[in-house]
Ligand binder design. Structure first.
Ligand SMILES: Cc1cc2nc3c(=O)[nH]c(=O)nc-3n(C[C@H](O)[C@H](O)[C@H](O)COP(=O)(O)OP(=O)(O)OC[C@H]3O[C@@H](n4cnc5c(N)ncnc54)[C@H](O)[C@@H]3O)c2cc1C
Ligand code: SF4
Length: 512
């Protein structure tokens, strides 16, 4: 054998550039389902099925194109075998002249593969991952030329460079940003014109994967009852069509809104397909931009959507590879609290958290604002150790791969990177959740109150967070407004808030 091409679970594009240079006559593929990759972080069952079933569909298509696929199915190796051990054994057995692979989505996996190749004395060739708009080198070069880093300016540069939604050198519509139109809550009657997203009922192969995961990894969290994600490039394309035709037009306006028992609203549900490389970001962006030109969706919706993929998705990947592995250790606010146990069960009286966590455990999905401003915000205000909350986010979502999950969690949501991802912490009281959802309507707590029996925990912890981190955050100009409001509170009010926050934290610690 000339080359052994390693195909990781998040690299499932059979038309990938590096595979096109190889040939089934001389080269072979290698894929492995290792139970430790799931059990070490306590992954949601739906996330496990997402990856394994998509890998199995990929392997079937590869075999149909005459590839020899050296494939370890779940359970064929001992549960204690890790990635490095499995690969080392096979390198010794198969004796390829070289190993080739695309840049993985996780620093740890790259190190394990390098370790295995070194141990077996097999050279390794690493290819850039073409499923992003820019390379990691482009981002590193971009960073080296700037004193401060902001996603907005990076995004504008990519709009110009890629000629996306541009009118010559100006943005289409005369503005780079339609955020002002994109922060609406729903009317009291709730969302209208909502069409359930296209569903992908399990194929025989998926059903087999589901029952194997149920029987071999029964202790993992989460439900598989509603598993209906696209697992092939063809189905991912159908999911894209469905989103563009039925939900994109309202994506912008209600991007930040939340509603009880409505997990998907106007979101695309495309993150897992994008991250497993069933879909290319360029294809998704082009499809959305065409919808604008064809009059199918307004500019605020299309720009808002493009910004997520061309802006945030590329930006977080750049941050991850530029600053790993040191990034993982950051904890700028010195947070050490334990993650409350209800994050794994949803068993809490706080309706916003209960809704978001139950939905997460049921579907392996929550939309961005639920992740950022409900579960993420609560962990930040409580002072949860960033590594603990990182492990939770990495485990519970079907789209979770470390390159995208870690900067979003540690940086954007927990401000543990000291302001690399965002210029200030995303903090708010319960009133934000009240404005953007109907969660508070059925909650026994009151988002307007910081102290007393009915005080909303978000509101109590929000004020106490500002007090606790005053020495660091007051000098941040983007926090001026929040500190002006804190200054309106009397000394006795501040004391009462700090007491209430201490009690809340100690009560929660007992259940962690
Ligand atoms: C704490 C936290 C953890 C997160 N973990 C992940 C994760 O593990 N995997 C993941 O793909 N996204 C993650 N995100 C980003 C975002 O929440 C999800 O991409 C989004 O909710 C996926 O749902 P969707 O496909 O319906 O997205 P939509 O709302 O329809 O957005 C369209 C697409 O834009 C991209 N996108 C949107 N926001 C971001 C972002 N902040 N960073 C990168 N890409 C973005 C995604 O590819 C997404 O599919 C996280 C966000 C937070 C705050
Ligand atoms: S009152 Fe507070 S805890 Fe209850 S749903 Fe609203 S924000 Fe959440």
């Amino acid at each position: 054998m000339r080359t052994l091409a390693i195909i990781l679970g998040d690299q499932l594009d059979l038309n990938s550039r590096f595979l096109q240079r190889l040939t089934p006559k001389q080269d072979q593929l290698w894929m492995a389902e290792l139970s430790r990759e799931s059990t070490d972080i306590g992954s949601h069952k739906a996330r496990v099925v997402m990856f394994l079933a998509a890998m199995r569909h990929f392997a079937s298509s590869a075999r149909a194109r005459n590839w020899t696929v050296n494939y370890h199915r779940l359970g064929s190796l001992s549960p204690s075998v890790d990635f490095e051990q499995a690969l080392t054994q096979d390198l010794k057995r198969l004796r390829p002249e070289q190993v080739q692979l695309q840049e993985p989505g996780e620093y740890r996996v790259l190190e394990l593969i390098r370790g295995a190749c070194q141990r077996a004395g097999v050279p390794i060739e690493l290819h850039p991952d073409p499923h992003f708009i820019v390379t990691t080198e482009f981002f590193a070069d971009y960073v080296s030329k700037r004193k401060t880093l902001r996603m907005e300016y990076f995004y504008r540069e990519l709009r110009r460079r890629e000629d996306i939604l541009m009118d010559g050198s100006e943005p289409v519509g005369g503005k780079w940003n339609f955020d002002h139109d994109n922060r609406k809550g729903f009317p009291a009657t709730g969302p209208t014109d909502l069409v359930a997203p296209i569903s992908f009922p399990p194929t025989n192969q998926t059903r087999e994967t589901i029952s194997q995961v149920q029987s071999q990894l029964p202790d993992l969290p989460g439900s598989l009852e509603h598993f209906n994600w696209p697992l092939t490039a063809e189905d991912a394309e159908l999911a894209l069509d469905d989103f563009v035709e039925k939900r994109l037009h309202l994506f912008g306006q209600y991007q930040d809104a939340m509603w009880q028992n409505e997990p998907y609203l106007y979101h695309s549900r495309l993150s897992a397909a994008l991250n497993l490389k069933l879909l290319s970001p360029r294809r998704v962006i082009d499809r959305a931009v065409s919808a604008y030109h064809d009059g199918q969706a307004p500019l605020n919706a299309v720009e808002g959507f493009v910004r997520q993929i061309l802006g945030w998705r590329e930006y977080v990947r750049g941050i991850y590879w530029k600053w790993m592995p040191e990034y993982l250790e950051r904890n700028s606010l010195g947070a050490t609290a334990a993650l409350p146990r209800f994050y794994w069960t949803g068993a809490t009286d706080y309706v916003c958290l209960s809704q978001t966590i139950h939905q997460t455990l049921e579907h392996g999905y929550a939309h961005h604002i639920q992740r950022l401003m409900v579960t993420g915000l609560f962990a930040l205000l409580l002072g949860v150790d960033p590594k603990q909350i990182h492990r939770w986010y990495l485990a519970v979502y079907v789209d979770a791969v470390e390159w995208v999950e870690l900067p979003n969690t540690l940086g954007m949501s927990q401000y543990a990177d000291g302001g690399l991802m965002g210029s200030k912490p995303y903090v708010a009281s319960g009133k934000y959740i009240q404005r953007m959802s109907n969660y508070c309507k059925t909650c026994r707590f009151n988002p307007a109150l910081a102290t007393g029996e009915s005080a909303c925990p978000f509101t109590t912890l929000y004020w106490s967070f500002l007090i606790q981190h005053e020495s660091i955050l007051r000098k941040n100009r983007r926090m001026t407004f929040q500190y002006k409001n804190l200054d309106r509170k009397s000394v006795s009010e501040r004391d009462a808030i700090s007491r209430a926050a201490r009690k809340l934290k100690s009560d929660l610690e007992k259940t962690s």
